[in-house]
Design a protein around this ligand. Structure first.
Ligand SMILES: Cc1ncc(COP(=O)(O)O)c(C=O)c1O
Length: 355
């Protein structure tokens, strides 16, 4: 093969980024992710047969899906933006606003892909560490704002810690962002599980953008649909992008998921009771401390001794939990997605052999 130096042609700031993560998607218990392991509305199952027009391009404006979102959130059409999963919405938002030299304030630990998005979109990341009890100190965020800050990005409920940022603290940060002319993005992809959100802020501030997803609550992580809510003024700016991003099937499935939201509400009760049960079982194990969360995952501290080896043994048995050791605050912690009772029992059975 004739070869040129491709590496040299690459945008230099991309070189340092690590390649994609591999996951064993056929494992017995893939509890290292945060998807809804209980599935999606049965109304979605026959979708491919219902939408027989796959030869026709999708609606670039996602009008039918937005009509359902309007009802679900009681917001007007012009306040909605749809993307190819929440992460595409983040990526697009950053692409529209970030210039080299701008910084983005993100509390840490967080979902690492958010940091990646700052990097690929020429931003500089300004990490603000959570307190020992995972509390996000709003004053630390506000004090970190400088003349190069373009965006503050909060995740609420937070991932991987699973706790919620109190509304009064978000209100303080929103007020500060407004007075300093900074954009405030709140990634609320787990909000359905928390039964709490901050969407009302989009009517108070034109600089607040809320991001949601069909991956976590509605069980459609495989289809990639996310969306954002903001002032009409803000959403108008986001419309500058290539069309046809969200497939016909994805738009239709998301619409059906909202129409059958009751299906999710029932699953949510089941997930909550599984979470309470698993939390209790974990705390009964010697040396394990599990924390309660407002999400569909738990976080737990395992004994320091043989920590890595234990996770390796679990993985050999094709049971995966997320190792959070790379975050200094979360040494010897793992994140455990709430699986079905069968998956959770399997995980506990193997874990009990190890602690
Ligand atoms: C905080 C956060 N934001 C965004 C995402 C990605 O969501 P989506 O599947 O809609 O792109 C995740 C997924 O783990 C997440 O934890």
């Amino acid at each position: 093969m004739k070869r040129i130096n491709l590496n040299k042609l690459m945008r230099p700031h991309i070189r340092k980024i690590s390649p994609e993560i591999r996951r064993d998607l056929d494992a017995c218990a893939i509890l290292d992710g945060t998807e809804n392991m209980f599935g999606y509305s049965p109304k979605i199952r026959d979708l491919i047969h219902i939408d027989t027009r796959l030869n026709i391009a999708p609606d670039p404006s996602c009008r039918e899906l937005k009509a359902s979102l309007q009802k679900y959130h009681q917001v007007s059409y012009g306040k909605l933006f749809v993307g190819n999963g929440a992460i595409d919405v983040v990526d697009h938002f950053f692409r529209i606003f970030l210039q080299p030299g701008d910084n983005v304030i993100i509390p840490s630990p967080t979902y690492p892909v958010l940091n990646f998005e700052v990097d690929v979109n020429f931003g500089t990341l300004k990490k603000i560490e959570l307190e020992k009890d995972f509390y996000l100190n709003p004053t630390k965020i506000i004090n970190a704002i400088d003349q190069n800050t373009k965006i503050i990005l909060l995740v609420n409920p937070q991932n991987p810690t699973g706790n919620i940022i109190p509304k009064r603290d978000i209100a303080k940060i929103a007020q500060a962002a407004y007075s300093k002319g900074v954009l405030l993005v709140i990634d609320e992809v787990y909000a359905e599980y928390a039964r709490e959100n901050n969407i009302e802020l989009i009517d108070e501030y034109n600089n607040v953008f809320i991001i949601r997803s069909f991956s976590k609550a509605f069980g459609l992580a495989g289809l990639r649909v996310g969306y954002g809510l903001g002032s009409e003024e803000l959403i108008k700016l986001l419309k500058k992008r290539p069309p046809l991003k969200i497939s016909r099937v994805s738009q239709l499935a998301a619409k059906y998921a909202l129409e059958d939201a009751d299906h999710f509400y029932k699953l949510r009760d089941q997930i909550d009771s599984e979470k309470t049960w698993l939390h209790g079982e974990l705390n009964n194990l010697d040396g394990v401390k599990a924390y309660m969360t407002r999400t569909n995952f738990l976080i737990a501290k395992f004994p320091a001794k043989r920590f890595r080896e234990r996770l390796e043994i679990l993985a050999k048995n094709r049971i995966f939990v997320k190792n959070l050791c790379k975050f200094p605050l979360l040494k010897h912690h793992v994140r455990i997605g709430i699986g079905t009772r069968k998956q959770n029992e399997l995980f506990l059975k193997e874990l009990k052999k190890l602690v």
